[in-house]
Ligand binder design. Sequence first.
Ligand code: PMP
Length: 320
Amino acid sequence: MNPNLPEKTRFLHRMAPTPLVEVRIDPSSPAIWCKLEFLNPSGSTKDRIARHILEKAWRRGDIGPGDTVVEASSGSTSIAFALACAQMGLEFIAFIPDAATSEREMIIRAYGGEVHRVGGGMSRVLQAAHDAAGEHGWFPGQQFSNPDNTEAHRIYTGPEILSQIPGGAVDAVISGVGTGGTLRGLHEAFSGAGCNVDAFAAIPRQGEMFGSNIECCSLKFSSDVPGVVEGISEIYRQWKTDAIIELEVSDDECLELTRKLWSMGFPVGPSSGLNLAASLQVAEKLGGEKAIVTVFPDRMERYFSHKVFAGINQPEEPGS
Ligand code: PMP
């Protein structure tokens, strides 16, 4: 047991609550309460799980100064672990899919992390990280099965939302599912606080024009997408009950809404467009008076090489 966290983590522990704002895409649209998780220090909601997983491991005595942490992730989680490890004086090794964009790798390296690329899909990446952790005695973050992932949202994100939303109650929560930690943790927080709340999993459906474009939301993804793959999350599998309603959104609509959010001044990635689109479906079902909550998980800058930026023209060189 080591109850004292390293001095450096104080920055992580001063992470401000992220704002909860009411978003209305046009005057006749219903309002959706959106949690601006892209404002966390590394630019995504995964800062919450990285901090919590490492803090609990540190307090248990599973990790200490100079130890090595390993995580398998297509991007956001590895970036969050890289930042948290840099602050806590830990080494970090990320296993990422071959297809992950180079800007993600560069961010992880900038925080001092090491990157191993693995071919053959997300389950191979997970296996490689698992094997390496076992062989070298490294600490595995294991976001897909670690209950501290869900707990981070249950004890931090959820109560924050309840303290921010007028009336202190939530009727519906919507999120795309990678690990399922966000949706499960928020649902547990809200129902634990006495809300009569429905959980909706937002699923990006492949459009005809695009391959699957929404990174990191696992269900029904084509195998060539750099992101997580259907059915690998223990957290979601163990929790999934008939009570969860799955909503499909075409990936064209996800990208369109993401660009709409940019035009409104929200610097978000494609899963925010997915979450908002599914939330609008929920508002239509439940009626506009209900308190409907979703998250904007990460920032736009991670997606310069993604299709969501297609059509955003490069400025012309002066004199050309
Ligand atoms: N959006 C983005 C950008 C993500 O990286 C992820 C998870 N990898 C999600 C949404 C889904 O969150 P969760 O893992 O909590 O289900």
